[in-house]
Design a protein. Structure first.
Length: 220
């Protein structure tokens, strides 16, 4: 390594992949350019492809889904983009497979918010549409059973005002018992008006039947 003969304190970077300028202890030095070592193992290639896939997936997200990641990153040292990329690389993104069931036998609201027994109603509906599986009032928290179906249908979760304005908070939960004792906790976004949500098999909720507009996730 030699001191650059011109003594230029602003010299930096690489010239024609021949010389590289670096700064050390207030002086600028140059050294022969070294080709970075890149063994290109299969694991490295797979990780690079996974990262490229993650970037493409972020750009393909709906605006509602990006808004959710940005919201969950507020006040943190990372961005919504970083949050999504991390979960994509770890394989912990919310499910995009709808929850399909034939019957709901019980339900419990995990976070009661209403000030009267019938503040608002959580109703479980089927898709394709039909009679409700059942409903439960916040804050009475007693499940009222409804219709069961021999052929499972996708679960639609409706929140509607009854006696007072809706005040569901982000990450509030409602747990259901369905189809021979299976249990699932459904995670809700902030809700202040009548709202329809579509439920995924992991308890994530979406604003659309195609499960592309993320409302809330148990993981994120």
């Amino acid at each position: 390594m030699i001191v650059t003969p011109y003594g230029d304190p602003n010299a930096h970077g690489t010239i024609g992949k021949t010389l590289t300028f670096i700064r050390r202890r207030g002086a600028v030095y140059c050294r022969p350019y070294n080709v970075p070592y890149d063994p290109r193992t299969q694991d490295q290639l797979d990780q690079r492809q996974l990262f490229r896939d993650a970037k493409e997936a972020w750009h393909a997200l709906s605006s509602e889904s990006r808004d959710y990641y940005n919201l969950m990153a507020q006040g943190q040292s990372y961005t919504g983009y970083n949050l999504f990329m991390s979960h994509y690389m770890l394989g912990t993104l919310p499910s995009e497979t709808p929850l399909s069931l034939g019957d709901i036998t019980n339900s419990v609201i995990g976070d009661l918010r209403a000030s009267v027994f019938n503040g608002w109603k959580h109703q479980f509906d089927p898709d394709p549409p039909g009679s409700a599986y059942g409903y439960i009032w916040d804050n009475q928290n007693i499940y009222q059973d409804g219709t069961s179906y021999a052929t499972p249908r996708n679960l639609v979760f409706n929140v509607s005002k009854i006696a007072e304005n809706i005040g569901v908070q982000l990450k509030d939960r409602v747990t259901i018992i369905y189809d021979a004792g299976q249990m699932l906790t459904i995670f809700l976004p902030e809700i202040t008006t009548n709202t329809t949500l579509y439920v995924a098999e992991d308890g994530s909720t979406y604003y659309d039947a195609g499960l592309t507009k993320l409302a809330c996730s148990p993981y994120i």
